[in-house]
Design a protein around this ligand. Structure first.
Ligand SMILES: [Zn+2]
Length: 304
């Protein structure tokens, strides 16, 4: 019995590295390489190849009226048909700082009306720009109360690599006629997100003394369409187990509402702040003045 206990205590930390994948802004506008339809087909195929049973797609129904929005409803249905789930990411993707709490909640309701009754719907709300009210605590609390009244919980993130920025930089380079080193782009995309997960794993151990289930923020990008299976393989090589979003949002951290001077960003960053964990609490490549030169050097081979 003593031996068994010792074995349990000695269970390697690797065994507890669990993470769910989430994709924001669906149906997203066309990216640098693929049509939206091709992108959806490839993301579904990549997740299937990687044996990811369930990812979450945070939907912005207002995107359906955008120039690339046609077919968006079918694309969202295709994700659900493949076993994935959907949730609310607002109707028009406003920053909370730019709206009153009342107008902001009305925008959430408009998205809720579109989502209502659809298969695969989960009662989660993801804040656009991860803006939960910033320094305006009255607004923060009004929206927290409004979400609770609607039965919505925070679809928080704990791992972020600013994939949207890598995709934007790629689109800009393509537009400018610059050659894009695709192998280097894949490596940067994969490495950035694995490093971010590793960073948050260390931060969580410091802040909580345990390893909560992590939630990775991705977007519906061409980068995911090409390399989501490579990213999953690289995570597994570092000891991560991919779990469903349902499992992730049952972690006890889902119940935490950290009180920080500015309500925004990654949940574990906020928890770490509240617990007094010293900086850095923010994965460095989410700082664009660090990420952008790295992209230019590694993917465009500039400035060497
Ligand atoms: Zn978004």
């Amino acid at each position: 019995m003593v031996v068994l206990t010792a074995l349990l205590v000695a269970m390697p930390a690797e065994a507890q590295k669990r993470i769910a994948l989430t994709f924001d802004d669906a149906p997203r506008a066309r990216g640098p390489f693929l049509t939206p339809e091709e992108r959806t087909a490839r993301i579904i195929a990549g997740l299937r190849k990687a044996k990811v049973r369930q990812a979450a797609f945070f939907v912005v129904p207002g995107n359906l009226a955008a120039p690339d929005g046609a077919g968006g409803e079918q694309r969202i249905a295709a994700y659900v048909a493949a076993g994935h789930v959907i949730a609310n990411h607002s109707f028009s993707h406003p920053a909370l700082k730019s709206r009153t709490a009342q107008a902001y909640l009305a925008d959430i309701d408009r998205a809720g009306d579109w989502l209502k009754g659809r298969r695969g719907l989960r009662p989660w709300y993801r804040f656009p720009f991860l803006d939960e009210g910033g320094t305006d605590k009255a607004k923060r609390d009004a929206v927290r109360t409004g979400l609770a009244a609607r039965g919505l919980s925070n679809g928080y993130v704990t791992v972020d690599g600013s994939d949207w920025n890598i995709e934007n930089l790629t689109a800009q380079a393509r537009k400018a006629g610059k050659p894009v080193d695709m192998d280097a782009l894949r490596d940067l995309y994969v490495e950035t997100h694995v490093e971010s997960a590793q960073f948050t794993d260390r931060l969580a151990k410091q802040a909580l003394g345990r390893q909560p289930v992590q939630v990775m923020l991705l977007h519906e990008t061409d980068l995911a369409a090409y390399w989501i299976a490579d990213l999953v393989a690289a995570l597994r090589a570092k000891g991560w187990t991919i779990v469903t979003a349902d499992v992730a949002y049952r972690d006890p951290i889902a119940k935490l509402h950290p009180d920080t001077p500015s309500a925004q960003g990654n949940l574990l960053e906020a928890i770490a702040w509240e617990k007094g964990v010293p900086a850095p609490r923010w994965y460095e490549r989410n700082t664009l003045s660090i990420a952008d030169p790295l992209f230019r050097q590694r993917v465009l081979h500039e400035g060497k």
